[in-house]
Design a protein around this ligand. Structure first.
Ligand code: PXL
Length: 271
């Protein structure tokens, strides 16, 4: 059995965070483990406003000990970290594990949650985690924050941002334009390895229900690496996976809706 772990927040609504990661790992036939950093909740009485409850440092450390020294992993991804000690503990355990397969999803925004927009915490992620990453997966906003290029709105700017983020230490940078690039007719993302820019293009899925798409996509890349795929192949398969997931997206309520990581199977045990 191939083992893989996520260090991420729990999204009580199930579409993002470690819930998305574990569903995705399962679809890749992997044994998923999780170290919970924060618990995120959403208030149905206040327009789905987010609250974030960090786990205390000792509780996170004990989980990391369980995952890394109690089991071991073929790959690891990180998502929402939420505190300085989570960033520092994640860096220590990932570095000590000597894994080559670390995917950093530099989660900075969680719709409606200002706390995640914490510049000092983002700087700590950049300093401590970016140099350990085999792949980092910023969306346009995160790529703007990490590169200093504001309002990225075309492919050239995506490439420039990828170059800057690569120089800060990530081996591969996967900048996700997705549906967010102005005037997008297809979903275009760019992978940069320090030498070559590789575009990945897929049909644009017209849906507002994209909650957890970033988490699912970075989990899928990590899962591909755990299975021994080279980075380009892991990214290509993840892109297919997220396109299928979004094509089966659905409304959870009037505010959000997730994709469906099981969609590629076009069926369940019940038909
Ligand atoms: O999609 C970003 C994200 C990541 N992690 C957790 C979240 C969210 C957004 O809701 O709740 C735990």
């Amino acid at each position: 059995m191939i083992k893989i772990a996520t260090i991420a927040g729990s999204d009580a609504s199930g579409g993002a965070g470690l819930e998305a990661d574990l569903k995705t790992f399962g679809e890749y036939g992997l044994y998923g483990m999780a170290a919970v950093t924060v618990v995120a909740t959403m208030d149905p009485k206040r327009n789905w406003a987010h609250s974030v409850f960090p786990l205390e440092e000792n509780a996170l450390k004990a989980q990391l000990e369980t995952v890394f020294n109690g089991a071991g992993v073929s790959a690891v991804k990180s998502g929402m970290l939420g505190t300085f000690y989570a960033v520092e503990l994640a860096a220590r355990y990932i570095s000590d594990s000597k894994t080559k397969n670390y995917v950093l999803d530099p989660v900075m925004v969680c719709k409606g949650n200002d706390e995640a927009l914490n510049p000092e915490l983002n700087a700590s992620v950049e300093r401590n985690l970016l140099p350990l990453a085999a792949v980092t997966t910023p969306n346009l906003f995160e790529a703007g924050q990490l590169s200093g290029i504001k309002n990225i709105s075309n492919i050239e700017q995506m490439k420039e941002a990828a170059r800057i983020i690569h120089d800060k230490g990530a081996a591969f940078v996967f900048v996700k334009g997705g549906s967010k690039l102005p005037g997008a007719v297809t979903a275009v993302d760019i992978l940069y390895d320090g030498k070559t820019f590789t575009p990945f293009e897929a049909p644009l899925i017209k849906t507002d229900w994209t909650h957890g798409a970033g988490c699912t996509s970075s989990a899928a890349i990590a899962a591909g690496l755990a299975r021994g795929l080279p980075v380009h192949d892991a990214v290509a398969l993840a892109k297919k996976f997220i396109t299928q997931s979004l094509s089966a997206s659905f409304a959870l309520n009037r505010w959000v809706g997730p994709g469906n990581p099981c969609a590629w199977r076009q069926g369940t045990l019940f038909g």
